[in-house]
Design a protein around this ligand. Sequence first.
Ligand SMILES: [Cu+2]
Length: 254
Amino acid sequence: MPDWLPVAASTYAKDIDGLIWLITAIVGVWFVIAEVVLFYLIFRYRRRAGVKPEYVDGSRKKQIAWILVPCAAILACDLVIDAASARVWDEMKLTNPKPHMTVRVDGRQWAWDLTNPGPDRVLDTSDDITLLNELHVPAGEVVRFELRSRDTLHSLWVPELRLKQDAVPGRTFRGWFEATRPGEYGILCAELCGVAHGVMKGTLIVHESSGYENWLRSAQAQAPAAAAPAPATAPATAPATVPATAPAGGSVAR
Ligand SMILES: [Cu+2]
C-alpha cells in the first residue's frame, strides 16, 4: 500500500488504517463500475437520427433488477465493512485496558489546557501539572484521557494516533490510547469552533519511558510548592484574555 497516511503511532492505528484501506478499495471499485456504466449508457443511448427517445419508468422486471441487484451488492459490502469495523470499535471503545495514568484535556476557544497527574498518578491533587497546548505521555503505556470543553464544540484529534473524539460542553468523554513511537505529534481541533479554530493546536510529546519520568521530575522541580488543582468544573465561557494564537507550549498553571 502507498504510504499516504500519517505515521501510525498508537496500538490501534494500524487497525484504523486497515479500515480506511478496506473502505477505499470497496468504494473505489464501485466508483469505477458506476462511471463505466454511466458513460457506456450515455454513449449507447446518445441522440441518433431516426431513433425516438423512450421514457423508462423502471416498472419492468429487467429494469427493477438494475436497481435491486446493485443495492443488494452494496448492502453486502456494507456488512463486510461493519464486520471489520466492529472488531476495531470493540478494541477502541469497549475494552478498558488498565491505564498507567489518566490525563485531562480541556478544549476552549482556542487552545488546549492539558493536565498530567504528578508522581502520585492521580488527577485533581496538588501535584498536577497543567500546561497550555502541551501534553506529555510515555510510550508503551496505556493513557486514559478525560476530555471536556469549556465553551463550544471542539474535537480532539491526534492524526498519528488515529484518535479523534468530540468535546461537548457539560460532558466528560473518556477514552484511551497507547502511543507506540516516541516523538512530537500535533493535537488539533477537528470541529469548526470559531474564528481562530485553525490555530487551535497543541503538541503531544511521547517520551521513552525513562524520558517521561525525567520530564515529570523536572516539571515538578519547576512547580510552585502549593500548586492549586485544576478546577473540577469548567467555566461556562472562555476567559476573554485567551490569545487568538496560542503558543505551542508553556505553563498556565502548575
Ligand atoms: Cu476547537
